[in-house]
Design a protein around this ligand. Structure first.
Ligand code: SF4
Ligand code: ZN
Length: 310
């Protein structure tokens, strides 16, 4: 099988486009696709300093590598941001990979922890019965993680943070919002939505790239990454939606791209119609979609159930 671009020896068949690619052309296609996504949605401004959320998994380390390669063309600078949730025996290895990748690329690395920012580790915060919590561990953790990234970004002096969400993550979230009846959240998914309820702009430069291609890119790049999952991982319906979309893609190559196109169309109309709600949390004063933000609400319920000193 010959590479459709250079005629070399292909190693990957991109079923949705009918192309066959050699390792070098595949690698270049991922960097180029990312560049086009950034430019199409106006994600990063020329010369801008960008925070990259790096968990130490394959997606975020790939993002760090790709943005590093694009940085020279953009004339900006990068800072890697990692959040230590405080999960014994899990996060340390990932943080080590994030630190090593940053050093090898010559990128500044900033680490913040839940313990330092909120007074408790995730292990402490989740030390009460699942059934007493209104939300899953990941929804719970995600609220603090988003705030932690905002705070880390402010410290690092960046106004935009890139996260490694890929096309699969994006369309799964779109479908989950529909399945949960959370239509109001669709406006927040607009890739050019300037503040999205956060103090710092969020962008997803991989949102037009299939998850399997990011995984392939990571293996190709040869970066060591963490593959063990968090012990609290609880994805529920997301796993079913992921499997369903993967089955559809198997039978109809390219259908995920079609879902993405439809999702972006719906989201942009919804975002325009909705306008941008901008309330302030009455407790911490930060931007919020409700009178008291999720972080302050969850902190007070943790205080009722868990003893911690912080
Ligand atoms: Fe937090 Fe869930 Fe990620 Fe674990 S898997 S770190 S609980 S969001
Ligand atoms: Zn608050």
């Amino acid at each position: 099988m010959d590479c459709s671009k250079c005629g070399g020896r292909a190693f990957y068949a991109r079923r949705y486009s009918g192309e066959s690619l050699c390792p070098r052309c595949f690698d270049e296609s991922i960097v180029e696709k990312t560049r086009r996504t950034i430019s199409k949605h106006g994600m990063i401004r020329r010369g801008e300093r960008v925070g990259v959320a790096v968990s130490g998994g394959k997606d975020s380390l790939s993002l760090l590598h790709v943005l590093h390669r694009l940085e020279a063309r953009n004339g900006g600078s990068l800072v890697a941001i990692s959040v230590d949730e405080g999960v014994a025996g899990y996060r340390d290895e990932a943080l080590k990979h994030a630190a090593e990748a940053s050093v090898s690329l010559g990128i500044e690395h900033s680490v913040v922890s839940y313990k330092e920012l909120f007074g408790f580790s995730l292990d402490q915060a989740l030390d009460w019965k699942d059934e007493e919590r209104e939300v899953s561990s990941c929804s719970f953790c995600g609220v603090f993680r988003r705030r932690a990234i905002d705070l880390a970004a402010e410290r690092a002096g960046v106004s935009v943070v890139a996260t490694a969400h890929n096309l699969d993550d994006y369309i799964q979230t779109f479908m989950l919002n529909l399945l949960h009846g959370d239509v109001a959240r669709l406006g927040w998914m607009d890739p050019s939505y300037a503040d999205g309820g956060f103090a710092v702009r969020r962008v997803k430069p991989f949102m037009e790239i299939y998850e399997e291609e990011i995984a392939l890119f990571a293996y190709q790049t040869g970066v060591p990454f963490q593959s063990v999952s968090c012990p609290y991982m609880h994805e529920g319906l997301r796993t079913e939606v992921r499997d369903y979309l993967n089955r559809l893609e198997g039978a109809h190559p390219g259908i995920k791209n079609v879902v993405l196109g439809s999702a972006l169309d719906v989201i942009s109309r919804y975002a325009r119609a909705e306008g941008k709600a901008s309330l302030r949390c009455s407790e911490c004063g930060r931007q919020s979609s409700s009178p008291v933000c999720g972080v302050c609400r969850m902190k007070s319920s943790i205080k009722q159930h868990v003893n911690y000193t912080g």
